[in-house]
Design a protein around this ligand. Structure first.
Ligand code: F6R
Length: 603
């Protein structure tokens, strides 16, 4: 989703910092980019549809500038074109915006009556005009922002430049991410910290409803009541290397290969001292009779895997909901329900909204979050962090597997001494210690995945099937494939195909079939035989311990055997790798698939 960056400083470095920052925000997904910067006392605005490279061509990097704002836009209101791109300027106010102003239509009508004319289809131009109108009445930017917050409904992070004051950058935030970064004689605003890591790792979190007045050497933050508040400068401990490809062709491939390390880092605090660390370093789940897991996309798929594991091993009922649907269903929430929200970015608007609903109903909330200090991490009662590091590719891989790792540990924690004996728990912990090595062995089969990809990459439709936990994994495999390769793909519970979908199977249709559980293998294999008999090209992903004799598949990928609490993190790797290799053969923009955004900050 949209990325924001802003600079105010004595090094007159605005263009370099803003373009570098925008490039680092590219991963969020965008379809146009723009910049506003002050040069020789005048504000220049340049914007361009498409890649940042197009915008760069229009800029003269010799221009010295002490103040600027930049933006990557992921179109919501109006197509991606020049007029709709940010920054927008109306009267004396220029802004970049991430979020959606929900009441923009009524505000627009009011402003038209006051004589404003609009060129774009965006809610942002309306926000800009509203700020300009209030400023023309109050002549004070502080008052303007305070009144704006009362009038504008929705989510926004804004970077603001006022024509009367080219020594300050202003920022305001509500329900969309924005941080202030602190440099030496220069300060910045950004959608996230990695955007600015080349210059500083010191930052201040802006809370919802707050605004900031920032000069080269001073940062003033005003709270919701417009009172000046004390700021706490934090230090980002993440690795700035994470935003480099380090020799890999794509971030996605690099991140797939990082999984053994990520799983090690994520699980370590809960396994290093055996059962003690599993118990001591996790919340006490004993009071909960029921768990709701709420998330979007791949995080939702991780939740489905978590449900299978928690129900089977810990004997606690779990429901899993897509966050954008959560508010419409009848919720059975009480003090004995734990609501777990799962999110890599910690900024997904629907997940954040679901979390707020759960809190309103009086339930305890637990976030499984990757980005430290993100909005969801701050809003949840408790947080368990995945240690995936910065994930840059839009398609999640390492964050997804680390979410499963934590859900699996939660299952184990609840099961300990209840449904599982300590010896059994210890056995699983031993398995988790061995997991990174097993994952590496699955990763080492890249040539095999490439060979299979070559045989199926030119098909228009690919199916994934599996039962139980393999069905949940199939859903993730299918999502991964369609989002980066643009192949139409569907995941089906293996037993469900003959209730309609099997009519889509034709001679040569690729079906990726997952069989990792011994007790249901026979049934899934019968379903595979049904598609094979109708001409499907079957790629079988099976666990080593499964008896797979017979000629019901065309290609075979074996994954090492492991406890069911561990195996999903192995099984998903071939699915990620196949998607990657297929997308590569199809020449797709793997790290930045069309129309998608990394951090979905609108509902
Ligand atoms: C798919 C993908 C998305 C995200 C979803 C939730 O590869 O990355 O489906 O899983 O948008 O995002 P987070 O986890 O940031 O809440």
């Amino acid at each position: 989703m949209c990325g924001i960056i802003g600079y105010v400083g004595k090094k007159n470095n605005a263009l370099d910092v803003i373009i570098e920052g925008l490039l680092r925000l590219e991963y969020r997904g965008y379809d146009s980019a723009g910049i506003a910067y002050v040069k020789d006392g005048l504000l220049n605005i340049e914007k361009e549809k498409g890649k940042i490279a197009n915008l760069k061509e229009k800029l003269d990097f010799n221009d010295k500038s002490n103040l600027g704002i930049g933006h990557t836009r992921w179109a919501t209101h109006g197509e991606p074109n020049y007029v709709n791109s940010h920054p927008h300027k109306v009267g004396k106010i220029s802004i970049v915006h991430n979020g959606i102003i929900e009441n923009y239509s009524e505000l627009k009508e009011e402003l038209i009556e006051k004589g404003y004319e609009f060129k774009s289809s965006t809610d942002t131009e309306v926000a800009c005009a509203l700020l300009d109108y209030i400023y023309s009445e109050t002549n004070s930017i502080e008052q303007t922002i305070a009144i704006f917050r009362e009038k504008a409904r929705g989510a926004y992070a804004l970077g603001i430049i006022v024509d009367d004051d080219y020594n300050h950058l202003y920022a305001v935030k509500k329900d969309s991410p924005l941080i202030i970064a602190c440099g030496d004689n220069e300060n910045y605003i950004a959608s996230d910290v990695p955007a600015i890591l080349k210059y500083t790792n010191k930052y201040i979190v802006l809370n919802d409803g707050e605004f900031a007045k920032i000069s080269a050497d001073k940062i003033l933050v005003y709270d919701e009541n417009a009172d000046l508040r004390k700021v706490e400068v934090k230090e980002f401990k993440g690795d700035s290397n994470a935003v480099e490809k380090n020799g890999y062709d794509h971030f996605m491939l690099k991140e797939i290969y990082e999984q053994p390390e990520v799983i090690k880092a994520t699980t370590l605090p809960y396994i290093e001292k055996g059962v003690d660390s599993l118990v001591d370093n996790m919340p006490d789940f004993s009071k909960y009779k029921k768990i709701d897991i709420v998330a979007c996309g791949s995080a939702y798929h991780a939740g489905l895997v978590g449900k299978t594991l928690i129900e089977e091993f810990a004997n606690v009922p779990v429901t899993v909901d897509i966050a954008s649907e959560y508010r419409y269903k009848k919720l059975f929430l009480d003090e004995e329900t734990l609501v777990i929200v799962v999110s890599q970015s910690g900024e997904t608007a629907d997940t954040l909204a679901a979390l707020k609903i759960a809190k309103e109903h009086g339930s305890d909330t637990l976030g499984i979050i990757n980005v430290v200090e993100s909005s969801i991490a701050r809003a949840a009662h408790q947080v368990l962090y995945t240690k995936a590091g910065a994930e840059i590719a839009v398609a999640t891989t390492k964050a997804y597997s680390s979410q499963i790792a934590l859900l699996s540990l939660i299952a184990l924690n609840i099961a300990n001494n209840k449904t599982m004996k300590q010896e059994e728990v210890l056995e699983v912990l031993k398995g988790i210690r061995a997991l990174p090595t097993q994952m590496q062995s699955v990763l080492n089969e890249r040539e095999h995945y490439k060979e299979i990809a070559e045989k199926i990459y030119d098909h228009d439709s690919i199916f994934f099937i599996g039962r139980d936990i393999d069905y949940a994994l199939s859903m993730e495999g299918s999502l991964k494939l369609k989002e980066i390769s643009y192949i139409n793909s569907q995941a089906y519970a293996a037993g469900e195909l003959k209730h309609g979908t099997i009519s889509l199977i034709e001679e040569g249709t690729p079906v990726i079939a997952l069989v990792t559980e011994e007790k249901i293998a026979e049934k899934t294999i019968s379903n595979i035989k049904e598609v094979k008999a109708r001409g499907a090209k079957v790629i079988l992903v099976a666990s080593e311990n499964i008896n797979i004799s017979g000629d019901f598949y065309d290609e075979l990928i074996l994954v090492p055997d492991a406890n069911k609490l561990i195996k999903p993190m192995l099984t998903v790797i071939p699915l990620q790798m196949l998607s990657y290799e297929i997308a590569k053969l199809r020449g797709c923009d793997i790290d930045k698939p069309k129309n998608l955004a990394k951090s979905v900050t609108v509902e």
